[in-house]
Design a protein around this ligand. Structure first.
Ligand code: CTP
Length: 210
């Protein structure tokens, strides 16, 4: 199983970057749950401050481009890929080598999209099961459905990231699973480790159904 976790960091200059509030806890909980079920697990993680789960191999990366390279390198040995990482959507095309100095005028940053790793995997997944995440500030179901179809996933885990106590950085999560069969499963709020187990229960049902 190949799992991505955490944010990515896209440099602006020698000392600054664009990123997001992902802590990596959901991805690491998935890795722990998968290892406990006997899976051989590789995690590709952005900058996170967590101890790696026992028995799991962790590859640390920084940018979306580095995450893409590590994922593609480890894809051949994976039968299930779970993309829990909150990959930065935009980056500065050519970060300044030194520190950008302050001037009196406004500063405009021009950004370009990063590679969409999940969409790329969706095009080349073969028989693998592919799970994406959709972090949303409104109703996650329509967006999770859209991402399931546009990125070729078997399941998308939709979670709200605008609520106290769940989502980015929190210990708990409350998610809705949108399956390629059209089924939608709302899971009750629980610890990320418990949510990880419920995600795998559903994923295995899907595998046995196919
Ligand atoms: N993802 C990815 N590569 C990117 C952006 C996102 O692999 N460059 C993956 C994430 O790991 C996640 C899924 O795509 O599994 C959805 O990420 P999200 O940021 O919610 O969706 P976006 O496609 O970026 O759409 P938007 O930001 O417009 O909601």
């Amino acid at each position: 199983m190949l799992i991505t976790a955490g944010p990515t960091e896209e440099p602006l200059d020698a000392v600054r970057f664009l990123s997001n509030r992902s802590s990596g806890k959901m991805g690491y909980a998935l890795a722990e749950a998968a290892a406990a079920r006997g899976a051989r697990v590789t995690v590709v993680a952005g900058p996170v401050h967590l101890d790696p789960p026992a028995g799991v191999s962790v590859i640390k990366v920084r940018t979306a481009e580095e995450m893409r390279a590590a994922v593609l390198e480890h894809l051949p040995e994976a039968t299930i890929v779970v993309k829990a990482a909150a990959v930065a959507d935009y980056r500065v095309p050519a970060p300044a080598a030194g520190k950008i100095k302050k001037g009196g005028a406004r500063l405009t940053l021009e950004l370009e999209p990063t590679p969409d790793i999940l969409a790329e995997l969706g095009r080349m997944k073969g028989n693998r099961l592919l799970v994406g995440f959709a972090a949303e500030t409104g109703d996650p179901i329509p967006e999770a459905r859209r991402k399931l179809a546009s990125k070729g996933c078997d399941m998308v885990v939709g979670n709200r990231v605008d609520r106290e106590g769940t989502g980015f950085g929190a210990e708990d999560n409350e998610v809705v699973l949108v399956m390629r069969t059209g089924e939608v499963v709302a899971l009750p709020r629980a610890s990320k480790r418990e949510v990880a187990d419920r995600i795998f229960d559903r994923l295995l049902k899907l595998r046995h159904a196919s």
